[in-house]
Design a protein around this ligand. Structure first.
Ligand code: PLP
Length: 410
């Protein structure tokens, strides 16, 4: 008899998006043939930049020849990509890293889910609420959270409620925790932490010896020149922060799969004997055991994003999505909704005016405006009363959806 990891029983009954799909399928079964606009998923709609596909095609051809064929690559990633990241994402912002502090991955979701393996099962975890659900669920599976209480909170997790009053930005907890997930620009609220807020977090982490797991999957959507793109733009972050990034939304790689995680060698964790170990060495060991490197073809495609043509083409894509966000924001504000985000992030967060719950609002948007969004409660208990719209859509579909929302709710 194979005994299972019973922590899986503690997960909420269904992950957010399967429940969204179930409700949409139920609705379309009853009313087939309707033209529904999906503004719920954070998946890109624009095709890859031609510079990226050209680089991937050239890489495929290299694999055809015995002289340029590649087998297993360097597990942490090829230098051509790590050096491009180092120079253009970090050195250009005054951040000094070494190439071996960058771990290329097949995307950020697995990094977000796997990094918790570095910490003891007894470690205390703090999580901004609402937030990307992967942080919570991966800690549930690892057995770090205890059970889900009736108030929809796990008993051992420390929740950092992100409220309207603080611009949906989480504040450091008063209790001691070992590590904390921060996501800025935030999915789902679209809130972005400013320099002072990030500095407060870094000072807190230095003081309490906690580690910040900083998810910057949406940094490319930051337009305001004053807002930091990386946690390492803050002095002292090298000793207390790990940063995750992704090519998914910034370059359309949701299907291609590529991301990376930065672990400076100064970030330390501690054994029960109080002995310090660099988290970089643990992650390298884990990588060597559980990963065999991101595909050469994909890494060539990602490196092409950093060429002048690649930069230009991908920034046009980002600008397109941010125009969508601006249009959504403006229209929804005109309709009298309370709206946040969508200025330096591709998500618009709105209050579910007049609805009993965020799922109720989801059902109304679907039935009355034929729009699929995402109910805030799916991102954590403090998401109740809110609803997320994603800017990843074609313009025409978005404009039609806004007209229908206006008719139904305006
Ligand atoms: N982090 C956040 C906050 C996200 O919203 C997402 C995807 O939606 C990811 C990470 C994962 O991105 P990837 O496609 O690189 O796995």
């Amino acid at each position: 008899m194979a005994l299972i990891n019973e922590n899986f029983y503690k997960l909420r009954s269904s992950y957010l998006f399967p429940e969204v799909r179930r409700r949409v399928a139920h609705f379309t079964d009853q009313r087939p043939g309707l033209n529904i606009t999906n503004l719920g998923m954070g998946d890109v709609v624009l095709p890859l930049a031609s510079t990226v596909t050209a680089a991937m095609k050239a890489a495929v051809e290299e694999l055809e020849s015995p002289d340029t064929f590649k087998g297993y690559g360097p597990v942490q990633g090829y230098d051509f990509l790590r050096n491009a990241i180092l120079e253009q994402d970090y050195a250009s912002r005054g951040v000094q890293l070494s190439p071996d502090e960058i771990f290329i991955s097949e995307g950020s979701k697995s990094d977000c889910g796997n990094l918790q393996e570095l910490f003891s099962v007894d470690a205390r975890v703090a999580i901004a609420d609402p937030v990307y659900p992967v942080y919570v669920d991966s800690n549930v599976m690892a057995g770090r959270t205890g059970v889900l209480r009736a108030d929809r909170r796990y008993e051992r997790l420390v929740y950092l409620p992100c409220r309207e009053e603080t611009g949906f930005v989480p504040e450091p907890p008063s209790e001691t925790v070992d590590f904390v997930y921060l996501c800025s620009p935030n999915n789902p609220t679209g809130a972005v932490m400013n320099r002072q807020q990030l500095t407060d977090w870094v000072r807190w982490a230095q003081r309490t010896h906690a580690i910040l797991l900083f998810d910057a999957a949406y940094e490319a959507f930051i337009g305001d020149a004053d807002l930091p793109h990386s946690i390492y733009e803050i002095d002292g972050a090298r000793v207390c922060a790990i940063e995750m990034r992704s090519f998914s939304k910034s370059a359309g790689f949701t299907g291609v799969r590529c991301g990376f995680t930065v672990i400076p060698k100064d970030v330390m964790g501690y054994g029960s004997d109080g002995k310090g170990t660099s988290l970089h060495s643990l992650w390298s060991r884990r990588y060597a055991t559980k990963y065999n490197g991101t595909s050469y073809i994909v890494q060539r495609g990602a490196a092409a994003v950093y060429t002048p043509a690649g930069r230009k083409e991908t920034s046009v894509q980002v600008a397109f999505y941010m125009d969508n966000a601006r249009i959504m924001r403006q229209k929804l504000l005109q309709m009298g909704f309370q709206v946040w985000g969508g200025e330096n992030a591709p998500y618009v967060w709105m209050a579910t005016k007049g609805s009993k719950s965020s799922w109720d609002f989801f059902d109304r948007m679907l039935a009355e405006a034929l729009v699929i969004g995402t109910p805030g409660i799916g991102f954590g208990p403090s998401g109740e009363g809110y609803y997320r719209l994603s800017a990843f859509s074609m313009r025409e579909g978005l404009e039609d959806a806004l007209i229908r929302i206006e008719r139904a709710f305006g």
